[in-house]
Design a protein. Sequence first.
Length: 418
Amino acid sequence: MIWEKAEERYKLIFNVIPDPAVLLDLDNRVEAINDACIEYFQDQVPAAIIFGDKLPVDRLFPWITNELTYFLSINSNEFTFEREIECPKGLVNFQIRLKKILDPYDIHQNTLIFLNDITSAVQAEKKVARARDFYLTLFEEFPAMIWRAGADGQFDYFNRAWLVFTGRNPEEEKGFGWASGVPEADRERFINIYAEAIKGKKAFEIELRLKRYDGQFRWVLNVGQPFYSLEGDFAGFIGTCYDITERKMQEEQLSYLAMHDPLTGLPNRRMMEVVMPRLVEQTELGVNSALFFIDLDNFKQVNDKFGHVIGDELLIELGKILKGQLRDGDLLVRLGGDEFAILLDGIARQEAEQVARRLMDCVADHQFTVPGESFKLFLSIGIVLITTKKAPESFIALADSAMYQAKERGGNQYVIGS
């Protein structure tokens, strides 16, 4: 499961997404499904999925198989398509977005499926396509941002919703004037995609940032459809824009929380498990590393005496103290409870021991304070040197064992496992 039991923030964000969302593992089995998905599809959702069984996604969405297979076969982290789907709510038009969750080394770990209900927008687009110039005035009151471009590709119409959003007048927006409110990188992407769409007289869509009237850049989904004259000649494009900023933020936060501890903000065990194989592999190049497992001595007594709120604050403080003693490239991980881990890339035994002593000294010298009282805490550290190529799990087990040996010997010391 992408989140640990304690990572309630991750679950909350996933569930409050207003549109259906599904999380898949690398075998395309359902790891999680949000409330909106259950609401939209109701009795189509197998009960086993709701109760946590990992069933193949084609049991839930049999129509997604071809697109999902194609997406996983191409070198792209996102893929979007539209589909009209029969569900208990009736026929619903969805914009379906497939997104890969990547680890820090850009390796695919999970797949997110977002289903955005665009039924009203599709209906509006159909009206736009039928209406031509005669009905442009109908779209002045539409809540969606609507634009039109001629056969030459020049934009010649923007409805009231667009102009209210940008705070500009029609003359400022016409041609490519509207693109002055788009960052350069996004503008270049749009020009390339738009040029291909004009050349092929085909529909297109692109996510880009557009400056709002208040100066804030918002993420929008810009969808363009070709339209034709009554004689059947290509006449240009009619399109709509939707503000997707909140969705983008939720996606980014989901990706972040998948690899980070919600309490301290430090990388979590999953991140360590992703990084470890790289350190093991580089031993064949003669580069050695070290893994520390760290336990805070007598932390249970602190929690029992002062409560978990104070205990959580101390763990956050401890994380900052430890991080301050490490190099920029070192990875400090919170494993859970009062246990931390550190991965030290490119380090020999003597240097690793120096780091361990420095960590113990800086924590032992620190005065931890709570209302009405102050005290000291100490560390037990297990060290394993990563010098040969073997299973990452074996190094983790050795470091964990060495840490418990340090505790059994009275704490406030380190033990090197072998």
